[in-house]
Ligand binder design. Structure first.
Ligand code: GKR
Ligand code: MG
Length: 431
């Protein structure tokens, strides 16, 4: 006779949310520049027998507010009650309003209209981690099983300054990158350390001609590696169409050069490189619209705001049905997010592009032992129970203390840029 494994010991007794801040280099983007501290939050879901499931998500003030509201919603549930958790979050967590001012599109995770999806994602990852620990299975097995042994990531290059304004701490080891030669040097160094086999350049920073020159220099230095350019909608339609003529043969995909789905749809009629986005398709409504506008053909998914790992698997099915490709978007993050991304990417057959990750830009982490290891540009899919990483509580305490002391409560790349250049215009498209 079969015996259920559900029992009182696995009832969820507590949810903890710890905001953290970690050092982040002066990376330039369409909105401005990264602040010296990036914010995240670490979620712990604890069962009656003391097991702890973990997740990592956004750490800005509005997100902390809704996470706080969600903390009591898991009362009388076990880690296996994902559907009820989801229903409770959708009923109790308001997804209203818009985004965070000028960065509304550049950082889709800051949209408050995605509150419920973001909270569900954080709780789901921690609950799946617990399920895996209880069953002795890695999270990817709970999602249907891995189709690959390692998940490839791309070398994510940024224009950057050597130091932050006012030097809040010693400069990072990457140095300045403002010219095509320096960008190639950054790529060489990142590829030497991590073994990446494709390259993404964050654009929308320099004049388009300079960014095209950087792509050409990368092509020359890495004749066979796929290249991507992401100006984060900072190019007008006209600029994007003109640039496409030079970039068509160089790019694996052309990511969000120009604002809005209508603009991207028009651009798609003038370029050959496929268009990809993490800006104009970030909700199911936008997905639906894209099916008729045919604006983009590659969706950059992100479990943190698409409603979790299972929702990302469903999204992948939708992409397949609509003949779209899928890749993965990232924001500044640590090892827990990287492992969640790796588990979900491992089970999606159609996720054939290398995923984005900011991980090489981070020096600190909250996980036990060494930072996550890359082999030949890929993260080996864990075979140990759950997510395959645990919290180091000494490191967590240090990063929480940094949060308390750093004074940053919401990401503000524009405000930070104005400390370097008070006249900096954040309006988009700038070029
Ligand atoms: O970290 O500056 C950054 C990126 O620009 C990030 O905010 C974007 O959301 O990486 C992202 C992207 O692909 O657009
Ligand atoms: Mg992007």
């Amino acid at each position: 006779m079969s015996q259920t494994i559900r029992n009182a010991k696995m009832m969820i007794r507590q949810v903890r949310v710890t905001p953290i801040a970690f050092r982040d280099p002066p990376l330039l983007n369409a909105s401005g520049i990264h602040e010296p501290w990036a914010l995240r939050s670490i979620i712990e879901v604890e069962t009656a027998d003391g097991r702890i499931g973990i997740a990592e998500t956004y750490g800005d003030q509005p997100m902390l507010k809704v996470l706080e509201q969600a903390r009591t919603l898991l009362a009388d549930l076990t880690p296996f009650d994902l559907t009820v958790m989801e229903e409770r979050v959708r009923k109790n967590i308001l997804s209203t309003g818009g985004g965070a001012g000028v960065q509304i599109e550049l950082a889709p995770g800051s949209h408050t209209n995605k509150n419920a999806d973001k909270v569900i994602s954080a709780l789901e990852v921690a609950m799946l981690d617990l399920q895996g620990q209880i069953l002795g299975l890695p999270v990817c097995d709970l999602l249907g099983g891995a189709v690959r042994k390692a998940v490839p990531y791309s070398a994510y290059l940024f224009y950057k300054y050597a130091t932050h304004v006012n030097n809040p701490y010693p400069a990072d080891a990457w140095g300045e990158a403002l010219t095509p030669t320096q960008i190639v040097k950054q790529a060489q160094s990142m590829i030497a350390q991590y073994g990446f086999k494709s390259i993404k350049l964050k654009g929308g920073v320099m004049l388009p001609a300079q960014e095209i020159a950087a792509i050409k220099a990368l092509r020359q230095a890495f004749p066979t590696l796929p290249l991507r350019l992401d100006p984060n909608a900072n190019w007008s339609l006209e600029t994007s169409i003109a640039a496409a003529k030079e970039l068509d043969d160089l790019l694996e995909y052309y990511e969000d050069p120009t604002p809005g789905q209508i603009g991207m749809a028009e651009l798609s009629r003038h370029c050959e490189a496929p268009l990809a986005t993490n800006m104009v398709v970030t909700t199911m409504e936008e997905f639906k619209r894209n099916a008729s506008t045919h604006a983009v053909s590659i969706l950059l998914s992100d479990h943190h705001y698409w409603g979790g790992l299972r929702a990302t698997v469903s999204l992948a099915r939708m992409c397949e049905v609509f003949g779209m490709g899928m890749s993965m978007h990232s924001n500044s993050h640590l090892g827990i997010s990287l492992m969640a991304m790796t588990h979900v990417a491992a089970v999606i057959p159609g996720l054939t592009y290398a995923c984005d990750t900011h991980y090489p830009w981070q020096e600190e982490d909250v996980i036990k032992g060494d930072r996550v290891r890359f082999e030949d540009g890929a993260v080996p899919v864990p075979t140990t129970p759950g997510l395959g990483v645990e919290i180091d509580y000494v490191k967590l305490a240090v990063l929480h203390q940094q949060y308390l002391e750093c004074g940053i409560r919401n990401r503000d790349d524009l405000g930070q840029m104005r400390k370097y250049d008070p006249d900096f215009q954040g309006s988009s498209p700038r070029f």
